[in-house]
Design a binder for this molecule. Sequence first.
Ligand SMILES: [Zn+2]
Length: 262
Amino acid sequence: MIYIRKRKTPNIIVEKATAIKKDPASGYEKLELPKDSTQLRFLFEQMPKATIRSELIKEQHGLCAYCMRRITGQQNDTKIEHYKALSMDKERALDYQNYLGVCYGGEHDSPEQNKQCLCCDASRGDKELTISPWNQRQMQAIGYYKNGEIYVRPNVGLGSELQNAMQADIDDVLHLNGEKDSNGKIEWDTRSKLVAGRRCICDSVHSQFDRWSKKGFLTVDYLQEKIEKLESQLKGDNIADEYIGVRLYLYKRKKEKLEKQK
Ligand SMILES: [Zn+2]
């Protein structure tokens, strides 16, 4: 998961939302949640969804807000997620500032074994989240183990309560680590193979480090250059590599380690 800088709501989206809310025929005014969720969803369906998806793709650089897999903005691979669930928050149901672009969480992938679980929104449903890709402080605390597991780093100033709530969202709500056993060990991957995907990046980075080290390239300055190059993928409307957060994290930690050794 990486930080997403939310952009201003495009005018066309503001105008449509306002028109729906003001239209007496829409019934918006009288809707009460959670009982009228179906009618509210019907109004949401009238929003300019293709425009919303393409705006989300730009601000998220072509990555699912939760798992960092590729999404293209097409209806068949990109869902518009309500961060505050539609059934819980009428005001924010038609508000672009409450939208994230997310993947289908494996719903379209065929299961190799029936134990593989769904991730992201497909796993979350309407559950409330503490973790937020719009929160820079939270996102700076995200780390990855060599086995591809995503975790919230302790001792980075979040406090244990917030840290635990974020980890529970990762493991139990969004299922970004597949299924874990009672000892917290990963038993099987998600259907979208997130753990394997992230592990593949970890392996690639560690063999890069070996190569760079042998050639004498593995220095703070060299890593800084690599970090800046990666971060340039997260500027403007650029499309970033899948799982880019993993590589960035590993480069940054390695750089910190080298700085301490100086
Ligand atoms: Zn996803």
